[in-house]
Design a binder for this molecule. Structure first.
Ligand SMILES: [Zn+2]
Length: 503
């Protein structure tokens, strides 16, 4: 494939989040949300904001009016079909311009609109003249242009320009085109006048196709924030901006505002981003593996194409099953926790164990583990060696293996649930080492069913009591850890706790 390096040109963006984006299934924005998003797009430096389709209904028209009443720097437009009524509705909403959509492919000309190619050309010329006469900026979009007869698409663009349109948009309406096709078509259209590209992501080619268009002279790229749009969506604005900037040194909008825009739109539309989404995904600047974390700590750019700050984000070192010493040490330092090398070793293995259960280890999780581990520094009297528990429709049963002093004790028990069964097994294994469970309390530190839970217990023995916690993804294990740690602390202060001998 030929190199489609965009020339060092002035490329601008048309954002259609509020029109094409809002057409995504299940998405609807209030007027207030549209205004907020439009303001953010304007602040970021987007040149054209397609605020909606005035022909959709009075509510949509009022929403567009509210956007136009903000007097933004951007050119605010409305989508309009090839009928004068739509142009009038857009004029009523006081827009600066219209995106006049006329059929280009045979399918759209004949089957959808029920006209002829000549009819389309005539209507287009009339409406462009009508709109420009009313002072509107006009972009003609040849709908389904990528599946249109190339000669007709050229003629349609020529007619549009002759009638006074500001530009013509090459629309890959169903995300059908290959980059080569886009390049060829745009090159021809660019000879006739200013050309825009409107690309969809059905083949995963939306960004590549947009860049292919820019490479052949397109200087206005249609995009939506987060790539939200019909079906597989449009090309993502943040990806166009970043790839033009990073790859070709072409500045369009302020890159620092991209993450804020992404978050704003994701929240307003109730569409969460996939974690691996370029630029804005949760993981886009997160490093978990020990090797990558270690490299990143030595040189921040080691595993990043550009710094996260450039798009308004921060780098995150994530702890999980791939964690290494350097990353855990750095995370602990950040929390002001200092540990010995041995403790670090233990913390790393607990972090990895938690991660292996499919868990991302948060700072809170890490602290809970660190607290747990740093407490284990001394000679323990009681230690949990093994726990098994079963629950479900059969009787909950648990088995424990404890080290008590020098002896190993094994016992099992049944109960109302796995925690109850485990408690009974623990008590049995401890034999004459009795204690009283005064309080038992469970907290989920993190959300979700895979959350780490902290079990808080208060144990008493004689006239002394102690509070202890256990943090685990498994509630039964957390409970037993809390009990065993609590008892261990109680026993640590007793002169002669009369530890049991081996069975
Ligand atoms: Zn579209």
């Amino acid at each position: 494939m030929q190199s489609n390096a965009p020339p060092d040109s002035d490329v601008q963006l048309l954002d259609t989040t509020l029109r094409d984006g809002e057409q995504a299934p299940g998405v609807s924005l209030t007027a207030a949300e549209k205004v907020e998003i439009a303001r953010a797009l304007d602040d970021a430096g987007v040149s054209v904001i397609e605020a909606g389709s005035a022909c959709t209904g009075p509510g949509e028209q009022r929403a567009i009016e509210q956007v136009t009443s903000q007097h933004l720097d951007a050119t605010v437009t409305s989508f309009a079909r090839g009928v004068q009524h739509d142009v009038d509705l857009a004029l009523d909403a006081d827009v600066d311009g219209i995106n006049l959509v006329v059929p280009a492919s045979d399918r759209h000309v004949e089957t959808k609109v029920g006209t002829t190619k000549t009819g389309v050309q005539e209507t287009t010329a009339e409406l462009v003249e009508y709109a420009t006469d009313h002072g509107l900026w006009v972009e003609v979009i040849g709908e389904d242009g990528s599946r249109a007869d190339p000669d007709f698409l050229q003629e349609l663009a020529a007619v549009s320009h002759d009638a006074g349109a500001d530009r013509f948009a090459y629309a890959d309406t169903v995300g059908h085109a290959s980059p080569d096709q886009v390049a060829e078509a745009v090159a021809g259209l660019a000879d006739l006048g200013p050309v825009s590209v409107h690309t969809h992501d059905d083949l995963g080619l939306a960004l590549m196709n947009a860049l292919a268009g820019v490479g052949e002279g397109a200087d206005l790229v249609h995009a939506t924030v987060n790539g939200i749009g019909e079906r597989a969506g449009n090309v993502a604005l943040e990806e166009v901006v970043v790839s033009l900037w990073h790859g070709y040194d072409i500045e369009t909008v302020e890159t620092e505002s991209l993450y804020g825009l992404s978050s704003l739109v994701a929240d307003a539309m109730g569409m969460e981003l996939p974690p691996n989404k370029a630029v804005s995904g949760q993981n886009a600047f997160a490093h978990e593996s020990g090797i990558h974390t270690d490299g990143t700590l030595k040189d921040e750019r080691m595993y990043e194409p550009y710094p996260p700050e450039a798009v308004g984000r921060e780098r995150r070192l994530v702890l999980g099953k791939h964690a290494g010493r350097a990353g855990v040490r750095a995370a602990l330092d950040e929390q002001g926790v200092s540990v010995t090398e041995d403790q670090l070793e233990a913390i790393v293995s607990r972090v990895k164990a938690l991660g292996e259960r499919g868990k991302r280890v948060t700072d809170t999780d890490l602290l809970a583990i660190a607290e747990d581990v740093t407490d284990v520094d001394r000679e323990r009297q009681v230690e949990l060696l093994d726990l098994t528990a079963t629950s479900g429709s059969s009787t909950p049963t648990a088995g424990v293996r404890l080290r008590v002093g020098d002896a190993e004790r094994v016992a099992s028990g049944t109960g109302s649930g796995p925690v109850d069964a485990a408690m009974k097994a623990v008590k049995k294994a401890l034999g004459n080492l009795t204690f009283h469970l005064q309080e038992y309390h469970v907290d989920a530190i993190t959300g979700g069913t895979d959350a780490v839970v902290t079990v808080e217990v208060t144990l008493s023995r004689g006239d002394r009591s102690v509070a202890a916690t256990g943090s685990e993804a498994d509630i039964t294990l957390g409970s037993v850890h809390a009990i065993v740690d609590g008892l261990d602390r109680l026993l640590a202060t007793e002169d002669d706790p009369a530890l049991p001998a081996d069975d």
